[in-house]
Design a protein around this ligand. Sequence first.
Ligand SMILES: *Cc1c(COP(=O)(O)O)cnc(C)c1O
Length: 455
Amino acid sequence: MTTLSHEAQQGTTGQGGPALPQEIRLVTEVPGPRSRELAARRTAAVSAAVGSSMPFYAAAAGGGVVVDVDGNSYADLGSGIAVTTVGNSAPAVVAAVTEQVERFTHTCFMITPYDSYVELAERLAELTPGDFAKKSAFFVSGAEAVENAVKIARAHTGRQAVVVFDHAYHGRTNLTMAMTAKNMPYKNGFGPFAPEVYRAPLSYPFRDGLDGPAAAARAIAVVEKQVGAANLAAIVIEPVQGEGGFIVPAPGFLPAIAAWAKENGVVFVADEVQTGVARTGAWFASHLEGVEPDLVTIAKGVAGGLPLSAVTGRAEIVDAPVTGGLGGTYGGNPLATAAALATLRTIEDEDLLARARRLEEILFGRLRALAARDPRVGDVRGRGAMVAVELVKPGTTEPDAALAKKVATEAAQQGVIVLTCGTDGNVLRFLPPLSIGDDLLNQAFDVLDRVFAAN
Ligand SMILES: *Cc1c(COP(=O)(O)O)cnc(C)c1O
């Protein structure tokens, strides 16, 4: 590994657009006049069912900033939901996509295959946990990867049932809505949902006080009584829950679940759509838990912002469906596979795993200091550059969603993009691009400190 590059410390600006100053700078009210004009057009033309957290419209982004159409520059603590891990318009990604877009944009891998698809499958086999033969198939969205992992597990086992967990988020398609826990807004009014999906209790140290093995025993008892191993194709779990609230299970929980799956011939699927590809300070969060999933679902951070998802796992399991059983017109599109290869190279060249661990130190430092003086911060948790605070009524564990919403809204007004999550909406989550500089990150937390103090 090379040492941390100057760009990774200071924030890269991307070579595709103008060099972007790495600063929080507001030159109009938020949202400014151009954003307000777009909002009015949007109201007339875009479905009201599609929401946006931020009231301003993007014009450029790179390093650790997003610049809006009115020229305001915001610190980005969201990365477009954990996608631009290597930075927006990261130079290597721009170069790879530019080169590919001029050669060919699409042939469909199911019609005329191409080398970058094969090379990406080879790379993911090396980078995912476990020293065994692995294969991959590529898709477009995270939800599609999860659906295909279930298809593969069913084809391999000849069984139908799927176990998921409390607070899980796996997507918005019909099968993944059934797998996602939270009704509002993801499922409300959209049923009937796919059958044979069962929910088990998660390890949630802040709320259940159980150690990992005890929480695993509780979950396994539910699965054995309500489903039965003989009917179970797959257990699907996020190693750190994303939309559900950045819940890190107690140590030993995941290994115990994985061991039970192995004993019972159940396919263990780690949904690493949010946690994967350097986000948590390891290539995959499963590495940190010491588990070797049979299948890993990968998306978000893997292709520097281009739409690509993968199922990577044990060769004999991934090979189980009939030929032609997996695929899709755009799955592993050549622009996306080129972007993914450049993303993986950038992570190695700039040692971004170390950068994610360094960001963890800064994030934990700032948030623990906040928690020490503000009793509404009930819990600080996460891994790498995937860290959150759970907000509660002081002296209780009662969720305070209103505070999370207020802080996120006011932070945006003051030049910081920060996202909320959690089944109760009371979690503020921090997912900066790994290309953000230390100075900008600290400035963003100075803003957040002031917003907390003022509310
Ligand atoms: C975002 C997410 C998904 C769904 O990915 P899409 O690309 O939005 O379909 C699935 N699983 C997890 C863990 C996610 O964070």
